[in-house]
Each structure stands twice: as C-alpha cells, then as structure tokens.
Design a protein. Structure first.
Length: 284
C-alpha cells in the first residue's frame, strides 16, 4: 500500500495480501517458550487491474481473493476470465513492474516481518456503557438502587442538548479494526499459511488484509506455465510408462494365448492318432 509520511515527506511502498482467519494455536520457539499464534490462510491472490494516474487519477493495484459460483456481467467483463473472485481490494502502489494476471502468494512474506493487520471485529449487538466504553458504573454502596451500570449524566442543562460524540449505549463490534506491529512467526509456503504472533481482529473465516514494508514478490504468467509444465512432466512420464506396460502385457497375453492354442491343437492331434490306432487294432 502506498502511504504518505508527513514527517519525511516521502512514500513508503509496501507488500500486501488478502487472507482468511483460520484459528488460534500455539507453538514453541527456539528457547522452549510457548507462543500464542493466529493462523491465517493467505492467498493466492491474482492481480485483476493496474490503475495509473493518467487513466484513473491515482496509482493502485487491484487484487482478487476467494471464489464464487456466479458473478454479475459487469464483473465478468472486468475480470476477463481470471476467475470469479469473491473479494476485490485495492492497494495504493505503483504498478509499473506488475501486470494483470500475476499471482501474489505467501512467498512475499518472511518470518519476523512486522505486519499491519486489518479485519472486521466480532459483532456483540447492543451493549451498555460498562461493556462498550469500560465505564466503572455507580458506587455499590447504600442508597444506590437499580443504577449500578447506568451511564449517569449525559450533559449540562444549560446547552439543552446532548453534544455529539457523547459516549452512550449502542451497537458494539462489527467494525473495521487495524492492529500494527504484529510479527510473523512462521511461513508455510506449501499450505499458504501465515502464523502471526498474538490475536487478530475478527471471527473464524473472516477476511484479513495484511500489509508490510518491503518489496512485493509476484509470480508471473511465464513462471506459472513453467510450474504447470514441471507438474505435468512426471504425469506424462507415468502415462508413457503405463502405455509401455500395457503394450507389454498385451504381448505377453497374446503369447500365452498362442501357446495355449498350440498345446490344445497338439492334444487334439494325439487324440485323433490314438483313435486311429484303436480302430486299426480292432480291424486286425
């Protein structure tokens, strides 16, 4: 993501990915201490659009994550057959060195990277001020009746109205929450998993956006084609060996059948000769 630092007056380019919160677990570090971890299934995400300042007025990279059975026709035309993505997100970054169709995986992150995590917190419904704003409540002494968790006064009588921003009961949770300074403990490239130290906002299967400083690594279309060829090569070899084996089996079966036929013909000839001998002996 492209962020502007007002103090340094420059831009910080970042690497990013979209993922899904799986669960919380724990592992042991090198010193034998247990570390609480959040498991996030990140990517693979495909770049769906590169926006530039000339056409769109700003520089950004749009990526897609997840899959849906059906999408509407405008999205179908926009994605151009790259997939039926459930989520599309934009990140402000210069996209000169990237192309639509490239893939972002967990390879772009390393262990001990400091990341900024954004998610949607758990919804808790309508709550009072004690749970929502951490009010301590009224004194639990003589004379307090049915007022232990009440908010108390909400303003002076002079203005004759409640000021904006007054902390009061209301809907709690289900908000966009960002936590900075979390550390990546481990990266599982085979399963596309990231193990992050500490808790991450949101419930299980919630969408998580991860951002970190550093260069964004991308798998291009050529690399994808090479990976496919390498994956298909052993399959082709196995198919060829299977064909050779089937041909050899056919030949062995044909030879066996020919031998059986020859043996049966010999047996028939022997039987005919024996019958002829018997008939000749009876005549004599």
């Amino acid at each position: 993501m492209l962020l502007k630092n007002t103090r340094l007056k420059n831009f910080i380019y970042m690497k990013f990915i979209i993922g899904k919160k799986i669960e919380m677990t724990q592992k042991y570090d090198s010193k034998g201490n247990t570390v609480p971890l959040t498991v996030i299934e990140a990517g693979p995400c495909i770049i769906t659009q590169i926006k530039d300042e000339k056409k769109d007025g700003y520089n950004a990279i749009q990526i897609g994550y997840g899959s849906k059975k059906r999408i509407n026709k405008p999205l179908t035309g926009h994605l151009k057959g790259r997939g039926n993505f459930e989520f599309l997100r934009e990140f402000r970054e210069m996209g000169d060195s990237y192309k639509a169709g490239d893939t972002i995986t967990v390879d772009t992150f390393d262990a001990r990277d400091t990341v900024k995590v954004t998610g949607t917190s758990k919804g808790k419904g309508f709550q009072g001020v004690v749970k929502r704003h951490n009010f301590k409540g009224m004194p639990k002494s003589h004379g307090t009746k049915d007022q232990l968790r009440m908010p108390g006064s909400v303003g002076a009588t002079g203005p004759a109205h409640v000021f904006k921003g007054q902390r009061m009961p209301g809907h709690t949770g289900n908000e966009r929450v960002t936590i900075s300074g979390l550390e990546i403990f481990e990266v599982d490239k085979e399963k596309n998993l990231l193990y992050i130290k500490g808790a991450v906002p949101g419930a299980r299967n919630g969408i998580i956006v991860l951002q970190a400083t550093g260069d964004l690594k991308v798998n291009t279309k050529q690399e994808k084609a090479e990976e496919k060829e390498q994956a298909e090569a052993p399959k082709a070899e196995t198919s060829e060996t299977a064909q050779v084996n089937t041909e050899e089996e056919k030949k062995s079966k044909e030879s066996e059948t020919s031998l059986v036929n020859e043996a049966s013909v010999k047996d028939e000839n022997k039987k005919e000769e024996e019958q002829k001998d018997k008939i000749s002996e009876e005549k004599q």
